[in-house]
Design a protein around this ligand. Structure first.
Ligand code: NAI
Ligand code: MG
Length: 408
């Protein structure tokens, strides 16, 4: 019997194209698993009025590990218009299935590695003062708190009188007291100590396990004195158990400015929800963008791994598909790390590094050409061709110049 059962949720659009490619790679590294398909996404919304059906939640509850492709979501009016006629007017409300999944299973630790593969034409390069260019190696892992902060969902337009009354207890609200209800929108930024502790502990644990030299807390405690202040306070407390790993503290605004100045200096970065979202996209942009951006949503009990990209509907119907499967395959490698199959995960990353390094097989995004059926005629590899190239590296056991993730 296979050791693991993986819940496979391809979802919508290109999710269906990239997820099977990741499974080809998992098979090739000898990962023994049984895969159970689970429905999620737009089709479920249209037919059932729920993008995350209970049966999918049950499968995740049972098997604990999920691989997820991508979903489509649409604005409120379109969502209602596409709902099957029998369900219209029955009070169905669209909720993002990813957000629901994170809340249901308290997948509060979001992990996003941003690793540059030498030879990737999309890597960030920097001009040297002496002329010429250099390509700093980026190896950053962002730990983003996934369930609270500004995305907690506690927000109002035209807040009720009791809300205004409560806000009036704060002296700073005086400035806004006379603003008319219809002109006022409020989102609450909530940070709890236990969740702050969990994300900071996850960051330090990862730094130690994978040999990163620093952890950076990226917040704004000089202005957001309460919430960012609490994040920083907790990070300092957690660091006390990791005397060998210094804690750096940066402000989110300055960090984005420094992003291109010295990205190679950073290792693990930890941040609250919105800041983590921003800084992880920013670092992902230095190492190839959406075609390379993998992530994991990790809770105590359940973990779901997914590429950062969405369903890219405009490419969903192309046959053969053209999108880059690497983000999905790297997400599958993160899953391997998570379940203790680190050497298989390293094999996958080494094979990807070899293909990228060789530069013979590149999807359209890596060629910086526009996507579409035409891109293949312009020399781009298709989705399965990229996987084939990675498989070839795995099969051939070719030694690559890439010696695992070198640490900063
Ligand atoms: P998207 O990530 O689907 O695509 C944006 C563009 O990035 C694509 O048009 C394509 O040019 C490029 N791209 C994305 N993945 C790629 C890949 N693997 N290889 C090469 N190029 C790639 O974002 P967009 O267009 O904003 O959203 C489309 C749908 O996806 C929407 O319904 C949105 O709500 C949903 N979405 C879902 C996410 C998820 O499932 N986690 C995340 C982001 C968006
Ligand atoms: Mg995002």
């Amino acid at each position: 019997m296979a050791k693991h059962t993986i819940v496979v949720m391809p979802g919508d659009g290109i999710g269906n194209q990239v997820l099977p490619e990741a499974i080809r790679i998992l098979d090739a590294v000898g990962f023994e698993a049984e895969y159970v398909h689970a429905d999620i996404g737009w089709e479920c919304w249209i037919k059932e009025g729920n993008a995350l059906p209970e049966r999918t939640i049950e499968l995740l509850r049972q098997h604990k590990i999920g691989l997820f492709g991508a979903i489509t979501s649409k604005p409120k009016k379109e969502a209602e218009a596409e709902l099957s006629p029998a369900l219209r007017g029955k009070g169905c409300q669209y909720f993002s299935p990813i957000v629901s999944m994170r809340q249901k299973f308290n997948l509060d630790v979001c992990m996003r590695p941003c690793l540059s593969f030498p030879g990737n034409p999309l890597n960030f390069i920097r001009k040297k003062p002496s002329g010429g260019f250099e390509e700093p190696k980026v190896d950053v892992v962002v730990f983003r708190q996934n369930t609270e902060g500004l995305y907690a969902g506690v927000e109002w337009s035209n807040p009720a009188p009791q809300v205004r009354e409560a806000l009036r207890t704060h002296p700073k609200f005086k400035l806004f007291e006379s603003v008319a209800g219809e002109d006022l929108a409020i989102s609450v930024r909530i940070i709890t100590r236990p969740a702050a502790r969990r994300i900071c502990e996850a960051a330090f644990r990862h730094a130690r396990k994978f040999g990163y030299k620093t952890v950076t807390i990226c917040e704004k405690p000089n202005v957001l004195r309460e919430t960012s202040g609490l994040m920083e306070e907790v990070a300092k407390e957690v660091q006390k158990q990791y005397s060998d790993i210094p804690l750096w503290s940066t402000n989110i605004d300055a960090q984005t400015m420094w992003l291109t100045k010295n990205p190679e200096d950073y290792g693990v970065i930890v941040a609250s929800n919105l800041f983590g979202d921003v800084i992880s996209d920013a670092f992902a942009g230095l190492v190839g963008g959406l075609g390379f951006a993998a992530s994991g949503n990790i809770g105590d009990d359940v973990a779901v791994f997914e590429p950062t990209h969405g369903s890219a509907p405009k490419y969903a119907e192309l046959d053969p598909p053209i999108v880059n499967p690497i983000a999905m395959i790297l997400s599958a490698a993160m899953m391997l790390d998570h379940i203790g199959e680190q050497s298989k995960a390293e094999k996958v990353r080494t094979a990807i590094a070899a293909v990228v390094g060789e530069g013979k097989v590149r999807t359209y995004d890596m060629l910086r050409i526009s996507g579409g059926a035409r891109s293949l005629a312009q020399g781009a590899a298709s989705t399965p061709q990229m996987t084939d190239a990675i498989l070839e590296q795995l099969g051939a056991g070719v030694e690559s110049a890439y010696a695992g993730s070198g640490r900063n």
